[in-house]
Design a protein around this ligand. Structure first.
Ligand code: DAK
Length: 276
């Protein structure tokens, strides 16, 4: 079945250019992507999901970008979920195709060979929380609200939320929040380890960008290898995961960045990593 026939883009605000659904601005080596559908609290319809995918691909291909921060437009919402108006009339095939579209985009985000941070500036519900879960590190504003409320709509999380929540906060807490569909506070998210830190709303983006710059200044191949080994290792037994780390450690020694990093240390100067 052709994707275009089943994954519709209803829900995008009339007159809003698809380009504008996800804006990009760069701060040096850090790209900042904002989901930008303020009238629907940045809810994800098919057009917005596709645009996120295009932006991620763009960032991945841009050698000048070494880290990504993902946030939502405005101060009220990061992303308030999948677009319920677009979901409502889907048949099972269309829903599966929508799920595959979102799941594919979130996996693309997760596999991006550059560090990614979610700056959660408000509601992160349903597909919005699932989008944040595709990032490497989650930071939040202290007024943010979290939840996977899909069961309140008669469905379940369809973009990997059940799996990533359980991996990140453990099965007990994941079951509680997924099966109740309740919304929870930023303070609870911090307590659960779902987010790394909370910030005053105006301090959130600067904090995320500051972490992104730190990561962007390190050896990019090493950062990408570390990300990959942590992610892949989580799905393996400890022996296999440690072997994966050993292999990746060895591969670092085939790079110019390894020599540059160690030469710079010994010469007491800042390294100039070229990602080679
Ligand atoms: N979709 C569409 N529009 C939304 C929206 C959403 N998720 N969230 C908010 N909006 C719209 C509202 O309809 C409203 O539009 P207008 O009436 O102004 O036209 C506007 O944004 C402002 O929202 P409110 O007026 O409701 O603002 P409040 O401050 O009163 O409330 C809220 C904020 C976030 C508590 C409330 O809007 C809310 O409860 N929103 C829905 C949150 C939610 O349930 N999110 C989860 C969506 S379900 C799957 C694939 C994916 C998924 C599941 C399955 N498969 C294909 C299997 C994922 C599902 C979800 O994410």
């Amino acid at each position: 079945m052709a994707e275009a026939t089943v994954v519709r883009s209803e829900g995008s605000d009339p007159g809003q250019a698809s380009d504008d659904l996800v804006t990009r601005e760069d701060d040096g080596a850090v790209a900042i992507l904002r989901v930008n559908r303020p009238k629907a609290l940045n809810a994800l319809d098919a057009a917005t999901l596709r645009r996120i995918g295009e932006r991620i691909a763009e960032v991945g291909a841009d050698d000048a970008v070494r880290a990504l921060v993902l946030t939502g437009s405005g101060t009220k919402a990061f992303v308030a979920g999948a677009d319920i108006a677009a979901l409502r009339d889907m048949n099972p095939e269309q829903a599966s195709a929508f799920s595959r579209l979102g799941g594919g985009v979130f996996r693309q985000l997760e596999r991006l060979g550059k560090p990614t941070l979610a700056a959660i500036n408000g509601f992160a519900l349903g597909g919005g929380l699932e989008l944040a879960l595709g990032c490497d590190v989650l930071l939040a504003a202290d007024h943010a609200k979290f939840g996977l409320p899909e069961v309140t709509l008669g469905v379940i999380p369809g973009f990997g939320g059940t799996q990533r929540m359980a991996r990140l906060i453990g099965a007990n807490a994941a079951r509680l929040w997924v099966m109740s569909g309740e919304i929870f506070s930023a303070q609870e998210a911090l307590r659960l380890g779902l987010v790394y830190s909370l910030h005053e709303p105006e301090a959130l983006l600067p904090a995320a960008i500051a972490w992104a710059h730190k990561m962007a200044s390190r050896g990019p191949l090493a950062v990408a290898a570390a990300k990959s080994v942590i992610d892949r290792g989580l799905d393996l037994g400890l022996d296999a995961a440690i072997e994966l780390e050993s292999q990746a450690f060895g591969q670092c020694f085939a790079t110019a960045d390894q020599r540059e990093g160690m030469d710079a240390f010994l010469a007491k100067r800042r390294p100039e990593f070229r990602g080679q």
